[in-house]
Design a protein around this ligand. Structure first.
Ligand SMILES: NC(=O)c1ccc[n+]([C@@H]2O[C@H](COP(=O)([O-])OP(=O)(O)OC[C@H]3O[C@@H](n4cnc5c(N)ncnc54)[C@H](O)[C@@H]3O)[C@@H](O)[C@H]2O)c1
Length: 314
């Protein structure tokens, strides 16, 4: 199959592209290598994809020029590119342009792909709001510009399925962890603080937040499992994540256990829009995709520490 992966140089997009190549698919990736975080990390991710035989085009999806830069003979599109996370350095315009406008242009491109079997939109548990413990038919209550714009993107994609213009589904991911996790996120930052003996900036009260911390390999299992199931998943929203909840404090302790040392905390003011509880309800994913994530938090953290050590310490 010929597959387009947007956001290919990012954390989850690069892992997915590698898995698709391992499965024998032909992968073209696109990314604008935005400077939201260290571009060198994205270059490393892209290199790993290229080493497995993937092709990567540098382009900005906020400009409607996909058709000019790549052919339109794709069988599947996996759309990861986004302005992710809740960040005080990202403006509403960043969220709107990268999440809504760019998605509209990727959809316009998809409609030109005559052989397209499925458009797979990558969404987020942030669409549910401050608490994300629900099945997919729960009314969305996003509490951040990130969540609102990801909901808009999801609806733009599903609109085309409803209009019978293409088959499409949207996968809502839960707190993904593992090698290549974005540097501003909890585990990569914790591990860096542990190795460098610096203080971890802990959002006030966040120790008791509950999260479905899901290992990236388990997330990728769910994402690629839609291939060949387009009739089953068309028009569907599907949660992907672990059903096992951990507090942020337990996450901190897992890193301390693996590193064999304690990490000093620096408590900083809480973040508006931060989710209080996420627990993936994956009944639908189990039924439609036989989804069954198995990696424990400690195993996931071990993989992430090993990756960090190999790339940034040794
Ligand atoms: N990391 C998580 O825990 C998590 C959880 C839920 C959902 N998601 C979703 O998964 C997807 C990937 O997230 P990630 O954590 O890998 O983030 P990431 O920032 O590592 O990856 C996103 C990639 O998209 C690229 N990109 C952004 N805007 C672009 C544009 N206009 N044109 C071309 N490329 C562009 C970036 O350069 C980056 O490489 C996102 O859609 C995000 O909303 C992530």
């Amino acid at each position: 199959m010929k597959i387009l992966v947007t956001g290919v140089a990012g954390f989850i997009g690069s892992h997915t592209a590698e898995r698709l190549l391992d499965m024998g698919h032909e992968v073209t990736g696109v990314d604008n290598f935005s400077d939201y975080y260290d571009v060198n990390l994205k270059q490393l991710n892209a290199k790993a994809v290229k080493n497995k035989g993937g092709t990567i085009e540098t382009l900005d999806l906020r400009i409607d020029e996909l058709s000019k830069k790549i052919g339109n003979d794709f069988d599947y599109i996996f759309h990861f590119a986004a302005q992710p996370g809740i960040s005080s350095t990202s403006t509403f315009e960043d969220y709107f342009s990268n999440n809504v406008l760019a998605t509209k242009y990727v959809i316009d491109f998809a409609l030109k792909c005559a052989s397209l079997q499925l458009f797979v939109n990558i969404a987020t548990s942030s669409i549910y709001g401050l608490e994300a413990t629900f099945p997919e038919d729960r009314a969305p209550e996003p509490a951040s510009h990130y969540g609102v714009t990801k909901l808009a993107a999801e609806q733009l994609v599903l609109q085309k399925s409803r209009e019978l213009q293409m088959k499409a589904c949207s996968l809502r991911l839960y707190s993904v962890i593992g090698p290549r996790e974005r540097p501003e996120k909890m585990y990569t930052k914790l591990i860096a603080c542990g190795f460098n003996d610096t203080e971890f900036p802990l959002f006030e009260g966040s120790q008791s937040h509950l999260r479905s911390f899901t290992y990236v390999g388990d997330i990728v299992d769910g994402i690629v499992s839609v291939i060949g199931k387009e009739t089953l998943v068309d028009g569907e929203v599907i949660n992907l994540g672990t059903e096992i909840e951990h507090t942020t404090q337990e996450g901190i302790e897992a890193v301390e256990t693996v590193l064999g040392k304690s990490i000093n905390m620096n408590v900083i003011p809480k973040r508006a829009g931060d989710q209080l509880r996420t627990k993936a309800n994956i009944d639908k994913a189990r039924k439609l995709l036989n989804y069954d994530p198995q990696t424990t938090l400690l195993e996931g953290v071990r993989h992430q520490v090993n990756w960090y050590k190999k790339n940034f310490i040794d």
